[in-house]
Write a protein that binds this ligand. Structure first.
Ligand code: SF4
Ligand code: SF4
Length: 365
């Protein structure tokens, strides 16, 4: 199973869609449990993946090293804002299977969301980890909001050469904010006139690259959905795995389904001292309107947090569903072309089978 370990709830940045406002009365800012207790809990699982998470996890590099030195995990993942990547020692860098670095696309878009100068610092540090021996899956992780042109921003990240990202993933800045749409001037217009046409163009580009260069570009939402359409991934549930095969160890030692919501009772599944890993899966799951949706076997309900909290109301939830359905339908249209390319041995099924383990990419943006 995948375990997010929150190394600290603090962050050095203040991105526009996050706000960096951890409340200590909900969960402590720093880890309160002993690493030995974490070890006992994690090592009971024969197949654990550990993903360091925050806040910004690299604000606590010594704790990260202590965990990597003392706990046996099958895979190691890091989600980071990239500011302190250059401080990870090569010995630890080489152990990571995947590093997800937050970067939102073109410099002007990224720096608008994430702060002036952020783009340059992050790319400089990503280059350093490559030089220092990181050899795993390097994933650019975007947050996508009203300033984003999905076609231009994803292409920009795919086209970077030094450093080269293996994959680009994104999450929509939706249903996290209350009051709803607080970061949009006009969400409907952006979705209709920018995001959805951009998705269409990006899918065309993805297919064209397969047809002309026999290359499968690492666009994570496309790969993840296509893997399900082609039957490579037979799971029907929530692709992020929250509460199913992904759990979060919060700073207090509580175990959560979704890492972003320590304040909700539905999200608290137990703690590392009194709960066994076998008892965790399926304690909390998405409900309606997802279970009776005909896209459920591909979408999986998209996001447990959104399904449970409905911060944009059912009407807003359905607006995001329309985007998800559009993305799935547009990918379905090129499924026959992809099958043909596979049959003609121009590309292989292996190229499309992603992710082969839960690497914290949520698949459905
Ligand atoms: S499209 Fe919407 S309703 Fe359907 S499964 Fe996905 S999130 Fe749920
Ligand atoms: S997709 Fe939603 S439920 Fe899954 S980890 Fe992200 S916020 Fe939590």
């Amino acid at each position: 199973m995948l375990y997010f370990i929150v190394l600290t709830r603090l962050c050095n940045l203040n991105c526009i869609y996050c706000g960096n406002n951890p409340e200590p009365e909900i969960e402590p800012l720093e880890i309160q449990y002993k690493i030995d207790d974490l070890k006992k809990f994690i090592e009971a699982d024969p197949d654990p993946t550990i993903a360091f998470y925050g806040g910004e996890p690299l604000l606590r590099i010594p704790i990260m090293e202590q965990i990597m030195d003392n706990i046996k995990a099958k895979r190691w993942i890091l989600q980071t804002n990239g500011y302190f990547l250059h401080l990870i020692k090569p010995k630890y860098l080489r152990k990571f299977d995947a590093i997800l670095v937050s970067i939102d696309g073109r410099k002007e878009v990224n720096d608008f969301y994430r702060g002036k100068g952020n783009y340059d610092v992050v790319l400089r540090n990503v280059k350093i980890i490559k030089e220092n021996g990181f050899n795993g899956d390097l994933i650019a992780r975007m947050a996508v909001s009203e300033k984003t042109d999905i076609y231009l921003d994803v292409r920009h990240l795919l086209n970077l050469d030094d450093p080269k990202f293996d994959h680009v993933h994104w999450q929509l800045d939706v249903m996290w904010d209350s009051p709803p749409y607080s970061r949009y001037n006009n969400f409907d217009k952006w979705a209709r006139d920018s995001y959805m046409p951009g998705i269409r163009k990006l899918i065309d580009y993805w297919l064209e690259t397969m047809e002309k260069r026999y290359e499968v570009l690492g666009i994570v939402p496309f790969l993840g959905i296509m893997s399900r359409l082609l039957g490579l991934n037979k799971q029907k549930h929530l692709p992020c795995g929250a509460g199913i095969n992904a759990f979060t160890i919060s700073t207090s030692g509580k175990i959560l389904a979704c890492p972003i919501a320590p304040e909700f009772d539905w999200n608290i599944l137990g703690d590392i001292w009194s709960t066994s890993f076998q008892g965790l899966p399926f304690k909390v799951m998405v409900g309606e309107p997802c279970l009776s949706c005909r896209y459920y076997n591909i979408c999986g309900g998209r996001c447990l947090f959104a399904n449970k909290t409905m911060l944009w109301g059912l009407d807003g939830f359905r607006k995001v569903c329309n985007i998800t359905k559009y993305l799935i339908d547009e990918l379905k249209k090129i499924e026959p072309n992809i099958r043909e390319l596979i049959q003609g041995e121009k590309i292989s099924l292996r190229d499309l089978n992603y992710p082969i383990y839960n690497n914290t990419t949520e698949i459905i943006p």
